[in-house]
Each structure stands twice: as C-alpha cells, then as structure tokens.
Design a binder for this molecule. Structure first.
Ligand code: TRP
Length: 462
C-alpha cells in the first residue's frame, strides 16, 4: 500500500533532519522581511490575528497534506501526483497542481533572489560600521540610495543566485543539514537580543499594541487576503516544496507532530521579527507602512545603537542570507527533481538552467525599484508587485486548495490513514474536517469575501 519506501533522490537521515530542512525552507525572508512589512502596511493587530488563524486552520492541514502526498508518491510533485492519480484511477488533471507549483516556484525565486541580494549587501554595510549611531533618517536614506542603483542590486542578486545554483547542483546533502543545525539556534538568539533591544527602546508597548490589538475596523479586504497569502508563503505551501521534501521523509516519522513543530517554529520567528522591528519603528518616529524597506531600515538602526552593534549586525544579516538560501533551494526542488526524473538531466545541469532563467526574470524585479518603478502593469502595481501578488495571493492559495482536496477526498482513505497513522474514527473525521472542509472553505471564503468586498458585508451585517 505504501508507495516506494525510498526516493531515488535520497532520504532525510532522521525525523529531526526533516524538521530542520522544512523549517529551513519555511523560515526565510517571509518571516524576517515580508511579515513585518505587510503587517505594517495592513495596520497591525487584526492582520496578525487573521494570519495566526490562517496558519492554524489552513496552513497546518495543508502542510500535512503535502507531506503525505509526497511521502506516498516518493517523487517530484508532478510525478507523485501523476503516479497517485494513475494508481487510484483519478482524473489526470490533478497533475496540473504539480505544474502550477513549478511555475510558482520559478516566479517566486526570481524576486526572492533579488531581496536576498539586499541582505547580502547589508552584511557588508553593517560590517563597515556605516550605521554606528545612525538616525532613522540616515538609515532610510542609505537604503533608498541602494535601491536607486540597478547595477549594484544586480551584482548582489547575481551573487545570491550563484550561491543557490552551487548548492542545489550538489544536492540537498549533509552540508545543508549542518548549516541549518547551526544557524537556526543562532538566529533565535540574535532575534532574542533584538527583541531585548526593542524592550528598552521606548517603543515596545506601542509596538506590541500595534501588533496585537484587534480592531474590527482594521479588518479590510486586503488584510484578509494578504494574511492568507502570507500564511502560504511563510510555510512554503501551495507549490509542492514541502511535497518534494516530504518524498524524502522516512516511513516511520509521524507527520502530524512534525508538521506542527515546523509551523510553530516558523511562527515564533515571524513574531520575534515583528517584536524586534516595530518598537524601533515607533521609538524613532518611522513609518510602519513604509513597505519592503522596513527591515533594512529598522534593523541596522537598532544595531547602530547597540554595543558591538557592527559585529552582531553583520552576523544578523549573515543569518538572514542563510535563511534565504535554505528557503530558495526548496523553491527549486520540485522543478529540479522533475527534470532529473523525467529527462535524466544531470542535477547540476538542471540547476544551472533553472538558476539562469530565474536570474534573468529577476532583473525585472531589480528594475521595479528604480528604472521601472513607475511602470504600472496592473492598477498601481509595478512588475515586482504583480509577481508578488500573483504568486502569493493567487497561485499558492489555489495550489493549496487543490492539494488539500486531493489528499482528503481523492486519495483512498486507507492511504491517508496509513500515512497519518490515524487510528480512531475521531482522528479520521478530524483530519477530514480540517483538510477536507475547514482549510478549503477557509481559502474559498477569503477569495469570496475579497471579491464581494468586506465593506459590503459590513453594511449587510449592520
Ligand atoms: N517560506 C519561505 C520564506 O518565508 C519562502 C519559500 C520557500 C516559499 N519555499 C517556498 C514560499 C515555497 C512559497 C512556496 O521566506
């Protein structure tokens, strides 16, 4: 009944290695860079709580679905879906989910690498001591000047892509596992230091209030929609990254416990990033809704006022870059594993091909911050905004929706029971309720509410 018991691409050596790899994929720019800035743009409180609800009710069931499909199929997402639909005589169009994921991963990596390039650049800015005692104005200006020079951005973006290609070409082997084992705890420690700084900065109460005070009036269409999209993004869901990693999970590992651990780790890092950043925003009279530059302005500012700030600031951006690399490689895994399986391409060749194509598309994102910043493709959205929106808010939720439906309703019950180790009728119904009803309805409701408009709904209610 089990698919194959091993994947041809290799296996994680233990449960803990899978947790580290999946957490390495989940924890990244999404937590440290994207979460704080979209929280800022969406007014805080209500957004954060909706996001937490999305993680618990939608994210966790869908992550379980991805791991179980991957482990049952033991191949790239496209081929796992293909094999499972054939084996169980289901409609072959389910395989489109795999292809959508390949596309989403490709598009996301194209801009992800650009932002990760910013983090690389900031390793050197911090190391040079450029932010010692800096004012908010100074930190803002430094960032704006950097954004204004496309060549400099392309340089760092290219460097990041070279690192990614290098690592994925060699396979997701022990080097990565070791790196993750060290950097995750270190990241926690440094974030704790930064939260500590936040506590003493004078803006802490305001920061906490901003992040957690729920006001119904702050629930907007965009907050709802962004929170859902971000839940997918931050947990690496909806495009098969976790499904691909799931294919390498040993059969004896419990999926539920592992998935909950990963989601909790990821959420803790995001909340810590918020608690490190917003106090600095308020203590320095900065704008919480300033957009993508938020982390790159506040964190250097905080370190500029801490003892040994240049040293720890450098270390911090090294960790951010690491977090970005372990996420970036998971974005390529579905496409890479597919090319290797289907066309017998050497892993290294496939890596270079995918990397170069992403790099090229990434130049569009680089230009969105300078030369093309006023080129609006869709409403007010420029090239980067459109990519960001289309992937997070459409491709990932749709992918996740179908993944959940497939795992809950299309796969034979015996398969899911076996994979998840469900013993009682209670457990089985609980799973069906969450993955088959709550998570899909959650995604559909958000789509629908956004379409109708929350203001209209408020009017009907009142
Ligand atoms: N989760 C990562 C982050 O928060 C980004 C990421 C990695 C991702 N793999 C993914 C996002 C797959 C969506 C899908 O930075």
């Amino acid at each position: 009944m089990d698919g194959n018991s091993e994947s041809r691409h290799g296996m994680w050596s233990s449960r803990w290695m899978f947790v580290l790899a999946a957490a390495g994929s989940a924890v990244g720019l999404g937590n440290l860079w994207r979460f704080p800035y979209i929280t800022g743009e969406n007014g805080g409180g209500a957004f954060v709580l909706i996001y937490l609800a999305c993680i618990a009710l939608v994210g966790i069931p869908i992550m379980m679905a991805e791991v179980l499909i991957g482990r049952q199929g033991r191949q790239s997402p496209v081929n796992s879906m293909l094999t499972l639909t054939q084996q169980h005589h289901r409609d072959s169009s389910w395989v489109l989910v795999g292809w959508m994921g390949v596309l989403a991963g490709f598009l996301i990596l194209s801009f992800y690498a650009v932002i990760a390039g910013w983090a690389l650049k900031y390793i050197f800015s911090l190391a040079s001591g450029a932010f010692a005692g800096a004012s908010g104005e100074h930190a803002t200006k430094a960032f704006e000047e950097f954004l204004a020079s496309p060549w400099e951005m392309i340089f760092w973006h290219s460097l990041f892509m070279v690192f990614v290609i290098f690592i994925i070409a060699r396979g997701v082997a022990s080097g990565l596992e070791t790196a993750v084992r060290w950097f995750m705890p270190l990241l926690f420690v440094l974030l704790a230091v930064l939260v500590g700084y936040g506590v003493t900065s004078g803006g802490f109460a305001q920061g906490v209030d901003f992040m957690f005070a729920f006001e119904w009036s702050k629930v907007t269409d965009t907050a709802l929609y962004e929170a859902l999209g971000h839940a997918f993004f931050t947990l690496s869901l909806g495009m098969g990254a976790i499904m691909a990693y799931g294919a390498y999970v040993p059969s004896a590992v419990s999926i539920t416990g592992t998935v909950v651990t990963i989601a909790v780790l990821d959420t803790l890092v995001a909340l810590a990033a918020g608690l490190a950043i917003f106090p600095v925003v308020f203590a320095n009279g900065l704008e919480p809704a300033q957009g993508p530059g938020l982390m790159f302005v506040t964190i250097p500012l905080a370190f500029g006022h801490l003892p040994l700030g240049a040293l720890f600031g450098t270390l911090f951006f090294i960790l951010v870059s690491f977090a970005a690399i372990t996420s970036a490689i998971s974005l390529t895994e579905p496409a890479l594993a597919y090319l290797v399986e289907q066309h017998n391409v050497k892993r290294s060749r496939a890596a270079i091909g995918i990397g170069l194509a992403c790099w090229l598309l990434g130049i569009g994102t680089v230009l969105s911050f300078n030369e093309w910043s006023d080129v609006h493709l869709l409403g007010e959205k420029n090239f980067f905004d459109v990519l960001d929106y289309f992937t997070q808010n459409i491709l990932l939720p749709l992918g996740g929706l179908f993944i959940a439906l497939f795992a809950a309703w299309a796969l034979p019950k015996a398969v899911t029971k076996h994979q998840l180790g469900l013993k009682t009728a209670w457990q089985e119904n609980g799973w069906l309720l969450l993955a088959g009803v709550v998570a899909p309805l959650g995604v559909l409701t958000v789509f629908l509410v956004t379409l109708i408009g929350i203001d209209n709904i408020r009017n009907w209610l009142s």
